[in-house]
Structures are given as C-alpha cells and as structure tokens.
Design a protein around this ligand. Structure first.
Ligand SMILES: CC(C)(COP(=O)(O)OP(=O)(O)OC[C@H]1O[C@@H](n2cnc3c(N)ncnc32)[C@H](O)[C@@H]1OP(=O)(O)O)[C@@H](O)C(=O)NCCC(=O)NCCS
Length: 339
C-alpha cells in the first residue's frame, strides 16, 4: 500500500518574503527552491530567481504578489506565485507554478492552480497567463503543456531561449550608424536619461511581438524607473547597458541591457533590447548588443554565458542573435486563459 498522503491531505499555506520568524523564513527559501529544482529537472540548469531576489521584488508597489506552497509533511513540494499588476493591465494576472519532480501527477499542481485562480477571479482579473518550458532535445515537446491545456489555457506565444557563449576576445563592434552615438555604462544608468528610459520602458511593453497575449501598454514614469533601479541595487544585480542617442534630438532612442545576478556570476541575462520603431532599419540592435560585450568582459570577467528569450516570430531580434553567435538552448510557451 502506498504511504503517500492523498492530495486533500497536502495543506496549502501562504508564504511571505518579509517573514522574520525562522520557520517562516526557511519556508520562503524552500518556496523559491522548488522553482530551481523544477527548472533543473525540466531545463537542465537551476535557472530561477533566488529567495532573496524574490524578497527584493516585494518592494515593487506596481504589483501585488500572492505566494502559496503545498506541504507534504516537512517537504515543501509545490509553489505558486500569483502576480497582480496594480498600475496597468488590471485585467491580467500572471502565475508561476512548479511542483517538485517527485511529487508530480498527484493533483498538487491542480490544487495550487485552482487556489490562485480563485484569488485572481475575486480580483476581477479576466486574462490569466503562465508559461511552460522544455529543452530542444527533450523526449517530448512541452510536457507541462498538457497540464495547461487540461486547465483551459490556450497557447498564446512560443519563445526561444538562446545562450551566447562569451568570447575570449572582444568582438568587432561596428561604428554607430550616421546620426547616432552609442554610449555604454556599468551599473545604474545615468540619472539624466530617466525620462527617455521611462518612455523606452513604456514602449518596450508592447513593441516586442506579444502573440495572442492580452497585454496592454505599461504605465512607466521616472519614479517607476527609479524604483526599478533601487530594486536591482538591493538584489545585487550587476548591470551593463548600451544606449543609442539620436544626435538630432539628443534623445535615447534604443537600449540594450545585460544583468548579472549575484547568485550566478557565470550566467548573465540579456534583459530588454529595444529600438524605437521610428529608428529601426539602421542596424542599431546589433551595434548595441555587440557594444555591451567588451564592457561585460571587462566589468564581469566571470560571465561565461549570456541568456535571452525571444518570441519565435521576432525574426529581426533572432537574426541579430544568430549573427552574434547565440545558440538555441530551450523553448518556452506562454499560455493564456480568458474568462
Ligand atoms: C505543470 C505542473 C505544475 C503540473 O503539476 P502536477 O502536480 O504534476 O499536476 P497535476 O497532478 O495536478 O496534473 C493534473 C493533470 O494535468 C495533466 N498533466 C500534468 N502533467 C502532465 C504530463 N507531464 N503529461 C501529460 N499530462 C500531464 C494530466 O491530465 C493530469 O491529470 P492526471 O495525472 O490525472 O492524468 C508540473 O509538471 C511542473 O511543475 N512543471 C514545470 C513548471 C511548469 O511548467 N509550470 C507551468 C504550469 S502552467
């Protein structure tokens, strides 16, 4: 006879990043660890946010986060984070859900999902979004997709994960196209460009292809950018960035940023890259991405890989990545359920 408890006996509890009680604090660490263990199992490496990064993210007042965990005795076996935007996209809710590999197919994922879906519905959210991932050579494409479909989610976008092996020597960086200057920085970008960065962040939220995802433009201003900078500082994220300044207007019209998490100094993440629509077609995307490489090599010599995610239909960005030497290292599917 199996000693496993039935899923109804697996309690679901809320976990809090701000908890100071040692048991609650450790439980939050275990909550974050589930995402690492699930990613290692599904994608080959522990590629998720650390507990301390999640704690730092709580300073973001533009979103409310509800975090639930499933407990099998002393083992925290499943985690879900529900993210409710508060400043824009009030119709939307995002969720990150993972169940420890050894605890799957016992109904735990379903219970966690149903618990956060109830909260999202009570908050009036009509579009729920989540994602699944798999390796290019996986025995089965998107195994967790069965779960999403079973719960009424439809595929909304497919995303390619790509890895850039940092070269041993600096790549050749082409000169800035005529009419533009390329500027690079390490750490928090210059205060003088806050207004332009707020505009770029606003445009970034909808200028990249969104597939069928029901996402509206995000409401960014200087204070929101400042708050983001402060959070990244608290997280201990290293930053390398390149701006393209349009010489005619003096405005920053394109940017590209790499972040280096304190917990993974060898694996960096290519965050957003955006060239405003009206400045496309001059090769700025490739110039900016290449311009970051020598700066990254000098400021963060430990970094071996830069990782990025792009929609498969984002042919221009993928062409830039391919030209630089990025290689496909996984796939992700965005799922959406509309009520
Ligand atoms: C997706 C995930 C959360 C499911 O957790 P779980 O606890 O195994 O889910 P459940 O036991 O509640 O599964 C419910 C149903 O989903 C379907 N399902 C779940 N995983 C499946 C798989 N690998 N293959 C086929 N069907 C699957 C089945 O219909 C299952 O019912 P059944 O076991 O009676 O056949 C888990 O596999 C996981 O952590 N995956 C990685 C993270 C992820 O993709 N999260 C996003 C989910 S939208």
């Amino acid at each position: 006879m199996s000693a496993e408890p039935s899923v109804e006996q697996v309690p679901i509890v809320e976990v809090h990043g701000a908890a100071t009680d040692p048991v609650e604090h450790a439980r939050f660490d275990a909550f974050a660890q589930v995402f690492h263990d699930a990613t290692r199992h599904d994608l080959g490496d522990a590629d998720a946010w650390t507990a301390d990064e999640l704690r730092a993210v709580d300073a973001d007042l533009t979103k409310r986060r509800v975090r639930l965990a499933a407990l099998d005795g002393h083992v925290l076996c499943g985690s879900v984070e529900l993210i409710l935007p508060l400043r824009d996209n009030l119709h939307a809710a995002y969720l990150e859900l993972a169940v420890r590999p050894g605890h799957r197919r016992r109904g735990i994922g379903t219970r966690l999902l149903e618990a956060v879906e109830r909260i999202a519905l009570a908050e009036g959210r009509t579009s729920l979004m989540s994602d699944t991932a798999w390796l290019p050579d996986a025995a089965e494409e998107d195994p967790s997709g069965h779960f999403a479909r079973r719960h009424g989610y439809a595929p909304a976008q497919t995303v390619r994960r790509s890895d850039y092996p940092v070269p041993d020597t600096d790549p050749v960086v082409p000169p800035a196209p005529q009419g533009y200057a390329v500027e690079t920085h390490v750490g928090t970008p210059p205060e003088a460009d806050l207004t332009d960065r707020a505009w770029l962040a606003r445009r970034m939220s909808t200028d990249a292809p969104l597939g069928d995802l029901d996402i509206d433009e995000e409401d960014w201003d200087e204070d929101r950018v400042r708050a983001l900078d402060a959070r990244l500082e608290t997280m201990g994220r290293g930053r390398v960035g390149a701006f393209a300044r349009h010489l005619g207007s003096g405005r920053v019209v394109a940017f590209s940023e790499i972040q280096v998490p304190a917990a993974s100094p060898r694996l960096a993440y290519h965050q957003d890259t955006l060239v405003l629509r009206e400045h496309r077609g001059h090769g700025l995307g490739l110039v900016l991405k290449l311009a970051n490489v020598p700066v990254l090599r000098e400021a963060f010599p430990e970094v071996r890989t830069v990782r990025t995610w792009n929609a498969v239909e984002n042919s221009h960005m993928l062409a830039v990545n391919d030209a630089m030497g990025y290689v496909t290292s996984g796939f992700l599917r965005e799922w959406q359920k509309r009520r």
